[in-house]
Design a binder for this molecule. Structure first.
Ligand code: HEC
Length: 308
Protein backbone atom coordinates (compact mmCIF):
# COMPACT_ATOMS: atom_id res chain seq x y z
CA UNK A 1 0.00 0.00 0.00
CA UNK A 2 2.79 2.36 0.95
CA UNK A 3 4.55 1.68 -2.33
CA UNK A 4 1.32 2.39 -4.21
CA UNK A 5 0.90 5.71 -2.53
CA UNK A 6 4.49 6.62 -3.37
CA UNK A 7 3.87 5.67 -7.02
CA UNK A 8 0.72 7.78 -7.14
CA UNK A 9 2.41 10.73 -5.47
CA UNK A 10 5.27 10.55 -7.93
CA UNK A 11 2.91 10.42 -10.92
CA UNK A 12 1.10 13.45 -9.61
CA UNK A 13 4.36 15.26 -8.96
CA UNK A 14 5.32 14.78 -12.61
CA UNK A 15 2.19 16.61 -13.81
CA UNK A 16 3.52 20.15 -13.84
CA UNK A 17 6.42 18.90 -15.96
CA UNK A 18 3.92 17.62 -18.51
CA UNK A 19 2.14 20.95 -18.72
CA UNK A 20 3.49 22.63 -21.82
CA UNK A 21 5.55 25.83 -21.76
CA UNK A 22 5.05 26.47 -18.09
CA UNK A 23 1.34 27.19 -18.35
CA UNK A 24 -0.72 27.30 -15.21
CA UNK A 25 -1.93 24.06 -13.69
CA UNK A 26 -5.49 25.32 -14.17
CA UNK A 27 -4.88 25.40 -17.91
CA UNK A 28 -3.54 21.91 -17.67
CA UNK A 29 -6.76 20.50 -16.26
CA UNK A 30 -8.94 22.22 -18.84
CA UNK A 31 -7.66 19.66 -21.32
CA UNK A 32 -9.79 16.47 -21.47
CA UNK A 33 -6.75 14.41 -22.45
CA UNK A 34 -5.00 15.34 -19.23
CA UNK A 35 -8.05 14.23 -17.30
CA UNK A 36 -7.96 10.94 -19.17
CA UNK A 37 -4.32 10.65 -18.23
CA UNK A 38 -5.07 11.29 -14.56
CA UNK A 39 -7.83 8.69 -14.53
CA UNK A 40 -5.56 6.18 -16.27
CA UNK A 41 -2.96 6.90 -13.60
CA UNK A 42 -5.47 6.22 -10.83
CA UNK A 43 -6.53 2.99 -12.49
CA UNK A 44 -2.95 1.92 -12.84
CA UNK A 45 -2.37 2.60 -9.15
CA UNK A 46 -5.43 0.57 -8.31
CA UNK A 47 -4.28 -2.29 -10.53
CA UNK A 48 -0.86 -2.24 -8.89
CA UNK A 49 -2.52 -2.32 -5.51
CA UNK A 50 -4.66 -5.30 -6.46
CA UNK A 51 -1.72 -7.23 -7.93
CA UNK A 52 0.39 -6.43 -4.90
CA UNK A 53 -2.35 -7.61 -2.62
CA UNK A 54 -2.84 -10.84 -4.57
CA UNK A 55 0.90 -11.53 -4.49
CA UNK A 56 0.91 -11.05 -0.74
CA UNK A 57 -1.98 -13.46 -0.36
CA UNK A 58 -0.19 -16.07 -2.47
CA UNK A 59 2.94 -15.57 -0.42
CA UNK A 60 1.01 -16.04 2.78
CA UNK A 61 -0.71 -19.20 1.57
CA UNK A 62 2.40 -20.79 0.15
CA UNK A 63 4.59 -19.98 3.16
CA UNK A 64 5.15 -23.14 5.19
CA UNK A 65 3.29 -22.82 8.42
CA UNK A 66 5.02 -23.56 11.66
CA UNK A 67 2.52 -26.13 12.90
CA UNK A 68 4.11 -26.43 16.29
CA UNK A 69 3.51 -22.71 16.81
CA UNK A 70 0.35 -22.57 18.95
CA UNK A 71 -0.24 -18.92 18.02
CA UNK A 72 -1.09 -19.91 14.39
CA UNK A 73 -4.45 -21.25 15.45
CA UNK A 74 -5.08 -18.09 17.41
CA UNK A 75 -4.15 -15.96 14.40
CA UNK A 76 -6.48 -17.99 12.19
CA UNK A 77 -9.27 -17.58 14.67
CA UNK A 78 -8.68 -13.87 14.65
CA UNK A 79 -8.82 -13.87 10.85
CA UNK A 80 -12.32 -15.32 10.92
CA UNK A 81 -13.66 -12.37 12.79
CA UNK A 82 -11.76 -9.76 10.85
CA UNK A 83 -14.01 -7.15 9.18
CA UNK A 84 -14.11 -7.41 5.39
CA UNK A 85 -11.04 -5.89 3.82
CA UNK A 86 -11.16 -3.27 1.09
CA UNK A 87 -10.23 -5.93 -1.44
CA UNK A 88 -13.09 -8.16 -0.32
CA UNK A 89 -15.55 -5.33 -0.61
CA UNK A 90 -14.21 -4.59 -4.08
CA UNK A 91 -14.35 -8.15 -5.39
CA UNK A 92 -16.88 -9.82 -3.10
CA UNK A 93 -14.76 -12.96 -3.46
CA UNK A 94 -15.17 -15.80 -1.00
CA UNK A 95 -12.17 -16.34 1.22
CA UNK A 96 -10.20 -19.37 0.17
CA UNK A 97 -11.25 -21.29 3.25
CA UNK A 98 -14.89 -21.00 2.24
CA UNK A 99 -14.44 -21.83 -1.43
CA UNK A 100 -15.97 -25.24 -0.94
CA UNK A 101 -19.35 -23.50 -0.52
CA UNK A 102 -19.33 -22.17 -4.06
CA UNK A 103 -17.58 -25.00 -5.84
CA UNK A 104 -19.65 -26.16 -8.80
CA UNK A 105 -19.85 -29.84 -9.44
CA UNK A 106 -18.49 -29.57 -12.96
CA UNK A 107 -15.20 -31.29 -13.43
CA UNK A 108 -13.24 -30.40 -16.53
CA UNK A 109 -10.40 -32.87 -16.51
CA UNK A 110 -9.79 -32.10 -12.88
CA UNK A 111 -10.33 -28.38 -13.24
CA UNK A 112 -13.09 -27.08 -10.98
CA UNK A 113 -15.17 -23.97 -11.29
CA UNK A 114 -16.18 -21.55 -8.55
CA UNK A 115 -19.52 -19.79 -8.63
CA UNK A 116 -18.20 -16.46 -7.45
CA UNK A 117 -20.54 -13.50 -7.56
CA UNK A 118 -19.70 -10.74 -10.00
CA UNK A 119 -17.15 -8.37 -8.48
CA UNK A 120 -19.05 -5.24 -7.38
CA UNK A 121 -16.40 -2.90 -8.82
CA UNK A 122 -17.06 -4.41 -12.22
CA UNK A 123 -20.82 -4.72 -11.82
CA UNK A 124 -21.36 -1.10 -10.81
CA UNK A 125 -19.02 0.02 -13.58
CA UNK A 126 -21.22 -1.91 -15.97
CA UNK A 127 -24.42 -0.32 -14.62
CA UNK A 128 -22.74 3.06 -14.89
CA UNK A 129 -21.88 2.41 -18.54
CA UNK A 130 -25.53 1.56 -19.22
CA UNK A 131 -26.63 4.83 -17.64
CA UNK A 132 -23.94 6.66 -19.57
CA UNK A 133 -24.98 5.08 -22.85
CA UNK A 134 -28.57 6.04 -22.16
CA UNK A 135 -27.75 9.67 -21.43
CA UNK A 136 -25.40 9.74 -24.41
CA UNK A 137 -28.07 8.43 -26.73
CA UNK A 138 -30.64 10.97 -25.57
CA UNK A 139 -28.16 13.84 -25.69
CA UNK A 140 -26.67 13.15 -29.11
CA UNK A 141 -29.26 11.15 -31.02
CA UNK A 142 -32.54 12.55 -29.74
CA UNK A 143 -31.82 16.06 -28.51
CA UNK A 144 -29.47 16.71 -31.45
CA UNK A 145 -26.19 17.34 -29.65
CA UNK A 146 -23.28 18.21 -31.92
CA UNK A 147 -22.08 15.36 -34.08
CA UNK A 148 -18.41 14.59 -34.62
CA UNK A 149 -18.69 16.46 -37.90
CA UNK A 150 -20.16 19.52 -36.15
CA UNK A 151 -17.36 19.41 -33.60
CA UNK A 152 -14.83 19.17 -36.40
CA UNK A 153 -16.36 22.16 -38.16
CA UNK A 154 -16.40 24.18 -34.95
CA UNK A 155 -12.77 23.36 -34.30
CA UNK A 156 -11.86 24.33 -37.88
CA UNK A 157 -13.77 27.60 -37.57
CA UNK A 158 -11.96 28.38 -34.33
CA UNK A 159 -8.66 27.60 -36.02
CA UNK A 160 -9.54 29.86 -38.94
CA UNK A 161 -10.43 32.66 -36.53
CA UNK A 162 -7.01 32.30 -34.93
CA UNK A 163 -5.32 32.41 -38.32
CA UNK A 164 -7.30 35.54 -39.25
CA UNK A 165 -6.36 37.20 -35.98
CA UNK A 166 -2.74 36.35 -36.64
CA UNK A 167 -2.85 37.69 -40.20
CA UNK A 168 -4.48 40.89 -38.96
CA UNK A 169 -1.48 41.46 -36.72
CA UNK A 170 0.90 40.21 -39.39
CA UNK A 171 0.64 43.48 -41.27
CA UNK A 172 3.06 44.78 -38.68
CA UNK A 173 5.59 42.08 -39.50
CA UNK A 174 6.46 43.88 -42.73
CA UNK A 175 9.99 45.15 -43.28
CA UNK A 176 11.83 46.73 -46.21
CA UNK A 177 12.47 43.31 -47.76
CA UNK A 178 8.93 42.02 -47.60
CA UNK A 179 7.02 45.27 -48.10
CA UNK A 180 4.76 45.54 -51.13
CA UNK A 181 2.73 48.32 -52.67
CA UNK A 182 -0.77 48.45 -51.24
CA UNK A 183 -3.66 48.83 -53.65
CA UNK A 184 -6.43 48.55 -51.08
CA UNK A 185 -8.21 51.93 -51.05
CA UNK A 186 -8.91 51.73 -47.33
CA UNK A 187 -5.27 51.28 -46.41
CA UNK A 188 -4.12 53.99 -48.83
CA UNK A 189 -6.65 56.27 -47.12
CA UNK A 190 -5.05 55.39 -43.77
CA UNK A 191 -1.73 56.29 -45.39
CA UNK A 192 -3.13 59.69 -46.40
CA UNK A 193 -4.28 60.26 -42.84
CA UNK A 194 -0.79 59.59 -41.51
CA UNK A 195 0.72 61.78 -44.23
CA UNK A 196 -1.62 64.68 -43.41
CA UNK A 197 -0.72 64.34 -39.76
CA UNK A 198 3.02 63.87 -39.87
CA UNK A 199 4.48 64.73 -43.25
CA UNK A 200 2.74 67.84 -44.63
CA UNK A 201 4.87 70.24 -42.60
CA UNK A 202 7.87 69.37 -44.77
CA UNK A 203 6.35 67.84 -47.92
CA UNK A 204 3.10 69.86 -48.15
CA UNK A 205 -0.37 68.33 -48.29
CA UNK A 206 -0.19 67.74 -52.04
CA UNK A 207 3.36 66.39 -51.83
CA UNK A 208 4.73 69.44 -53.69
CA UNK A 209 7.64 69.73 -51.25
CA UNK A 210 8.90 72.42 -48.90
CA UNK A 211 11.75 71.44 -46.59
CA UNK A 212 11.51 67.94 -47.99
CA UNK A 213 11.59 67.15 -51.69
CA UNK A 214 8.70 67.08 -54.12
CA UNK A 215 7.17 63.60 -53.93
CA UNK A 216 5.03 63.87 -57.06
CA UNK A 217 7.70 64.16 -59.71
CA UNK A 218 9.93 61.55 -61.31
CA UNK A 219 13.06 62.71 -59.52
CA UNK A 220 14.09 60.68 -56.52
CA UNK A 221 16.92 61.00 -54.05
CA UNK A 222 16.59 57.54 -52.58
CA UNK A 223 14.76 55.49 -55.15
CA UNK A 224 11.12 55.19 -56.19
CA UNK A 225 10.39 51.52 -55.51
CA UNK A 226 8.09 50.68 -52.61
CA UNK A 227 10.99 49.02 -50.77
CA UNK A 228 13.17 52.09 -51.18
CA UNK A 229 10.46 54.55 -50.22
CA UNK A 230 9.59 52.36 -47.24
CA UNK A 231 13.28 52.33 -46.19
CA UNK A 232 13.57 56.09 -46.57
CA UNK A 233 10.55 56.55 -44.35
CA UNK A 234 11.64 53.89 -41.86
CA UNK A 235 15.26 54.97 -41.41
CA UNK A 236 14.91 58.60 -42.55
CA UNK A 237 17.84 60.76 -43.62
CA UNK A 238 18.62 62.30 -40.25
CA UNK A 239 21.53 64.36 -41.57
CA UNK A 240 19.19 66.07 -44.07
CA UNK A 241 16.23 66.54 -41.77
CA UNK A 242 14.09 63.57 -42.81
CA UNK A 243 12.97 61.80 -39.66
CA UNK A 244 13.42 58.06 -39.05
CA UNK A 245 9.76 57.21 -38.67
CA UNK A 246 10.21 53.71 -37.31
CA UNK A 247 10.25 55.12 -33.78
CA UNK A 248 6.81 56.61 -34.27
CA UNK A 249 5.02 54.47 -36.86
CA UNK A 250 4.59 50.73 -36.85
CA UNK A 251 5.55 48.80 -40.01
CA UNK A 252 1.95 48.52 -41.24
CA UNK A 253 1.51 52.28 -40.96
CA UNK A 254 4.81 52.93 -42.76
CA UNK A 255 3.68 50.62 -45.56
CA UNK A 256 0.43 52.56 -45.81
CA UNK A 257 2.07 55.97 -45.93
CA UNK A 258 4.71 54.73 -48.40
CA UNK A 259 1.97 53.42 -50.66
CA UNK A 260 0.15 56.73 -50.35
CA UNK A 261 3.34 58.66 -51.23
CA UNK A 262 3.71 56.57 -54.38
CA UNK A 263 0.07 57.21 -55.27
CA UNK A 264 0.90 60.94 -55.37
CA UNK A 265 3.34 60.40 -58.18
CA UNK A 266 2.27 62.05 -61.42
CA UNK A 267 -0.20 64.39 -59.71
CA UNK A 268 0.27 68.13 -60.13
CA UNK A 269 0.88 70.00 -56.90
CA UNK A 270 -0.06 73.67 -56.56
CA UNK A 271 3.46 74.78 -55.82
CA UNK A 272 5.95 72.12 -56.92
CA UNK A 273 9.46 72.30 -55.52
CA UNK A 274 12.09 71.98 -58.18
CA UNK A 275 13.28 68.42 -58.75
CA UNK A 276 15.94 66.84 -56.54
CA UNK A 277 17.65 63.54 -57.14
CA UNK A 278 17.83 61.69 -60.40
CA UNK A 279 15.22 61.12 -63.04
CA UNK A 280 13.58 57.71 -62.89
CA UNK A 281 11.01 56.94 -65.54
CA UNK A 282 7.83 55.61 -63.94
CA UNK A 283 7.48 51.83 -64.11
CA UNK A 284 5.23 50.75 -66.95
CA UNK A 285 4.04 47.48 -65.48
CA UNK A 286 1.55 47.34 -62.65
CA UNK A 287 3.14 46.38 -59.39
CA UNK A 288 1.89 43.32 -57.63
CA UNK A 289 2.84 42.11 -54.19
CA UNK A 290 5.42 39.70 -55.68
CA UNK A 291 7.09 42.05 -58.14
CA UNK A 292 7.82 44.93 -55.86
CA UNK A 293 11.04 45.72 -57.71
CA UNK A 294 10.05 48.47 -60.12
CA UNK A 295 12.27 50.32 -62.57
CA UNK A 296 15.97 49.78 -62.63
CA UNK A 297 17.25 51.87 -59.79
CA UNK A 298 20.70 50.41 -59.46
CA UNK A 299 22.42 53.54 -60.66
CA UNK A 300 21.01 55.72 -57.91
CA UNK A 301 23.56 57.01 -55.50
CA UNK A 302 22.60 58.81 -52.35
CA UNK A 303 24.63 61.86 -53.24
CA UNK A 304 23.34 62.27 -56.77
CA UNK A 305 21.48 65.53 -56.87
CA UNK A 306 20.36 67.23 -60.03
CA UNK A 307 19.15 70.73 -59.71
CA UNK A 308 17.42 72.40 -62.62
C1 HEC B 1 11.07 67.63 -40.67
C2 HEC B 1 10.76 67.63 -42.08
C3 HEC B 1 10.24 66.34 -42.70
C4 HEC B 1 9.18 65.63 -42.31
C5 HEC B 1 8.22 65.89 -41.15
C6 HEC B 1 9.07 64.53 -43.24
N1 HEC B 1 10.06 64.55 -44.15
FE1 HEC B 1 10.35 63.27 -45.68
N2 HEC B 1 12.01 64.27 -46.20
C7 HEC B 1 12.51 65.40 -45.57
C8 HEC B 1 13.75 65.80 -46.20
C9 HEC B 1 14.60 67.01 -45.83
C10 HEC B 1 14.00 64.86 -47.20
C11 HEC B 1 15.17 64.80 -48.16
C12 HEC B 1 16.27 63.96 -47.57
C13 HEC B 1 17.54 64.01 -48.39
O1 HEC B 1 17.86 65.07 -48.85
O2 HEC B 1 18.17 62.96 -48.49
C14 HEC B 1 12.89 63.93 -47.19
C15 HEC B 1 12.75 62.85 -48.04
C16 HEC B 1 11.67 62.04 -48.08
C17 HEC B 1 11.50 60.99 -49.05
C18 HEC B 1 12.48 60.59 -50.11
C19 HEC B 1 12.19 61.31 -51.40
C20 HEC B 1 13.21 60.99 -52.46
O3 HEC B 1 13.36 61.81 -53.33
O4 HEC B 1 13.83 59.92 -52.42
C21 HEC B 1 10.30 60.40 -48.79
C22 HEC B 1 9.66 59.23 -49.53
C23 HEC B 1 9.74 61.08 -47.65
N3 HEC B 1 10.60 62.07 -47.26
C24 HEC B 1 8.54 60.74 -47.08
C25 HEC B 1 8.09 61.31 -45.88
C26 HEC B 1 6.93 60.86 -45.19
C27 HEC B 1 6.02 59.71 -45.63
C28 HEC B 1 6.82 61.63 -44.08
C29 HEC B 1 5.79 61.54 -42.99
C30 HEC B 1 5.66 60.23 -42.33
C31 HEC B 1 7.90 62.57 -44.11
N4 HEC B 1 8.65 62.34 -45.22
C32 HEC B 1 8.08 63.56 -43.17
C33 HEC B 1 11.91 66.08 -44.55
C34 HEC B 1 10.82 65.67 -43.85
Amino acid sequence: MKRNLIFLAMSLASFPALAKDGRAIVDFFSNPYQWGFLIAMLFLSLALYVVNKALNTIREISAPKAIEDPSVAAVEAATEEKPRSFMQILTDAKPIEKEADILLDHDYDGIHELDNSLPPWWLYGFYLSIVFAFIYMIRFHIMGGPSSEDEFNTAMAEGQAEVDAYLASAKDLIDENSVFLLTDAGRIASGKKIFDEKCVSCHLADGGGLVGPNLTDDYWLHGDGIKEVFSTIKYGVPSKGMIAWRVELNPGAMQEVASYVLSLRGTTPANPKSPEGILIEPAKEVQTPDTTESVDSTNISETATIQE
